[in-house]
Design a binder for this molecule. Structure first.
Ligand SMILES: [Ca+2]
Length: 334
């Protein structure tokens, strides 16, 4: 059976209708900002988001607020009881951890001197040998003289090749100073966790971040901490921001890479696990600094020690302790 003939005039009419529709259609959306989320993309990233300093929300995603479950029914005891009635408002949040390039711009503009620079050093990780492990607890932390955000391994080191890495070795006050320079704030714990969970409530939120094939989905520690780093994720220590796929809210590295400061004091019980060798770092501290909540885990979190590479996980960090595995991201409410 032969179908109805399509005539030349009918074709012309269809073409005219298509052209009319094309002319009246809204313009296509602007191309998305340079996407991160792959090893090649993060390696090529300058560390400064598109329209940096021209757009007050440069590098940020806007999240609609809502109600969600803060905490976990499956994690450490200090993540419970999970509260399913926590509500957050609308806010913008950095899509990546704040980078060295961004923090350098702040320092260049303001002349700001970080707390670690004033203290003369900061806590830096190293992989200890057996003798060191036997000699003292938490032997993987050293207070390194001269270490600061721009000298991450000590005074002889610098930021060459690390513009796109998260800035670390910054204290709570340092992070707040940067945020205020941009007219921003640090997130509350609830805002941070809302952003990191990205609307999810499934059981995988409480598990090691691997895909179905077993590949790591974040920069954390695979192997026996702190002596065996299998580097299945491709990184021994900090990675450039945005090397791994974004979460459902287009945010990178909420899990792993660097821990992230929040503005909230840490109150209540805490299941012990060290964030720093207090005996070592006490030389630079008067002691008694209040602790604040940090979130998301870092490149040092492992199945064998710190199982805190999860959105609900929380750690208490001394406000004035600069450490190699703690950075931050900022928010603008509204
Ligand atoms: Ca992080």
């Amino acid at each position: 059976m032969i179908g109805p003939r399509i005539t030349v005039s009918a074709l012309a009419g269809m073409l005219a209708a298509w052209q009319l529709a094309a002319c009246s259609a809204p313009p296509p959306p602007a191309p998305p900002a340079a996407a991160l989320g792959t090893r090649a993309a993060c390696a090529a990233y300058s560390g400064l988001p598109p329209r940096w300093r021209d757009d007050p929300h440069a590098g940020m995603a806007h999240l609609r607020g809502g109600r969600f479950e803060l905490g976990s029914r499956r994690g450490y005891a200090d993540e419970r009881p999970a509260d399913a009635k926590v509500r957050v408002g609308d806010f913008w949040i950095d899509r990546t951890e704040v980078t060295n390039a961004q923090f350098a711009a702040f320092v260049a503009a303001s002349g700001y001197v970080t707390e670690a620079e004033r203290q003369g050093g900061a806590a830096v990780f190293h992989r200890p040998n057996a003798d060191e492990l036997n000699a003292r607890p938490y032997a993987w932390w050293n207070f390194v003289e001269g270490a600061s955000w721009k000298h991450p391994q000590g005074s002889q080191s610098d930021l060459r090749g690390r513009d796109n890495h998260p800035v670390t070795l910054v204290t709570l006050a340092d992070a707040q100073a940067y945020a205020h320079w941009l007219g921003r704030e640090l997130p509350t714990e609830a805002e941070w966790e809302y952003a990191a969970k990205a609307g999810r409530s499934d059981a995988a939120l409480g598990e090691e971040p691997r895909d179905r094939d077993g590949h790591p989905l974040a920069n954390y520690w695979q192997g026996l901490f702190p002596t065996q780093n299998a580097q299945e994720d491709g990184f021994a220590e900090l990675a450039p921001v945005g090397c791994f796929a974004a979460n459902g809210y287009a945010l990178y590295d909420t899990i792993g890479n660097a821990w992230e400061w929040t503005r909230d004091r840490y109150v209540g019980a805490h299941q012990s696990h060290a964030n720093g060798d207090i005996a070592v770092v006490s030389a630079a501290h008067a002691g008694g600094a209040p602790t604040y909540v940090i979130k998301g885990g870092s490149f040092l979190c492992s199945q064998s020690f710190c199982v805190r590479y999860r959105a609900a996980a929380r750690e208490a960090q001394e406000a004035d302790l600069a450490s190699q595995h703690v950075g931050f991201r900022t928010v603008v409410r509204g």
